[in-house]
Design a protein around this ligand. Structure first.
Ligand code: SAH
Length: 347
């Protein structure tokens, strides 16, 4: 079977055997890749319309108890000044996002056992001020009770990438004491609590094989998350994996398309990491089947300190300026910006 045939089969059946997936992931033929991207784009438009939803990313804190070997805000990185946004700073960021029409606020940060204590009251306030907006959290692995408190405070969604579905590979990227099974338990807890759940992985993380990526896709198929976040690995010099090469933009795009064809209704962001390594990466992601963009609404003075990877801060534009650029880019390609929360829906 040619890659074009494989893509058609995946489009029709929403599934493909491992060999077929590997062939698509290894394909370098521009015409066949264009067929992959356009098939995924068509499915995205069929299920989500020509609408792209924007989610306001608010990086609430870079304080982290974990020491993930790839991540710039790992606790072992001493060359970083640590901050936690105040409730007022968070509300101010949400208010700017709301004024620009965004209806999802994503609070992301390092892993902090005090997250519920600090954030649950803020989440309640956000929901009382902007009742037609959704709150997404991305705060790492926390106890069930913490997830429950935050859910009861009004949080709607939770992003927790599994990072890699291969146990041995997971151990190469994380310190002793962190385990894939814990992360998967967290994902299951989040589902039980009724969160819309997002998972995903880095592309081209050190030691990753094509087979690992197929295992990631299988894990995603099994979990059936409402959101799938996939971005290229980008080295950060102050981390143990800082000398490894960055991931491939093309491989990232292929994965957006494959996930779109497997899970037509999923919300898939065209990630910031992709736009850091690839000119026009943001729109290329949408044209390969993604349907979400997450503009940064964190206060400018703190952005450099939320350097999970390098090159991120150079994208720092004031929210309003950034918004104009995104809207223009989308309009130029025939897309509109979603005006509602953009919840997961089965179509
Ligand atoms: N503490 C939260 C949020 C982590 S940052 C959590 O544990 O989920 C969000 C995502 O950034 C991570 O899930 C990881 O996939 C990605 N990330 C971290 N370091 C990265 C790097 N060097 N290159 C690319 N992506 C990275």
């Amino acid at each position: 079977m040619t890659v074009t045939d494989l893509v058609d089969k995946l489009t029709l059946e929403r599934d493909l055997d491992d060999g077929g997936l590997e062939s698509i992931l290894n394909c370098n033929e521009p015409e066949e890749l264009e067929h992959l991207y356009s098939s995924a784009r068509d499915v995205s438009i069929r299920h989500h319309g020509n609408t792209v939803h924007l989610r306001a990313l608010v990086e609430w804190s870079n304080v982290c108890r974990n020491d993930c070997l790839y991540c710039g805000i790992r606790c072992g990185n001493a060359s970083l000044s640590r901050y936690t946004l105040s409730t007022d700073e968070i509300l101010d960021a949400c208010s700017r996002a709301y004024a620009l029409g965004l209806r999802t606020f994503v609070l992301q940060g390092g892993e902090n056992p005090a997250a519920a204590e600090i954030l649950a009251p803020t989440v309640s306030l956000i929901k009382s001020f902007w009742s037609d907006a959704a709150v997404t959290l991305s705060l790492g692995e926390l106890p069930f009770e913490t997830y429950e408190l935050l859910r009861n405070a009004g949080a709607d969604r939770y992003l927790l990438r599994h990072e890699t579905a291969d146990k041995a590979h997971y151990a190469m990227l994380h310190p002793e004491g962190m385990a894939l099974e814990n992360r998967m338990d967290c994902l299951r807890s989040l589902k039980t609590l009724g969160y819309q759940v997002g998972t995903g992985m880095m592309v081209g993380s050190p030691f990753q094989s094509t087979r690992n990526l197929v295992a990631d896709l299988r894990f995603i198929q099994e979990l059936r998350p409402e959101m799938v976040g996939i971005g290229p690995f980008i080295p950060h010099k102050d981390t143990p994996l800082g000398t490894y090469p960055k991931g491939s933009a093309e491989l990232t795009l292929k994965l957006y398309s494959i996930v779109r064809l497997m899970l037509p209704d999923a919300n898939i962001p065209s990630t910031t990491a992709l736009s850091v390594i690839e000119p026009e990466g943001r729109i290329k992601g949408i044209l390969a089947g993604a349907n979400v963009i997450m503009p940064n609404f964190s206060p400018l003075p703190h952005r450099a300190d939320y350097a999970i990877y390098e090159g991120k801060a150079s994208l720092s534009l004031e929210a309003e300026e950034n918004q104009k650029q995104i809207e223009k880019e989308l309009h130029n390609h025939g897309y509109l910006v979603g005006k509602d929360r953009g919840d997961y829906q089965e179509n």
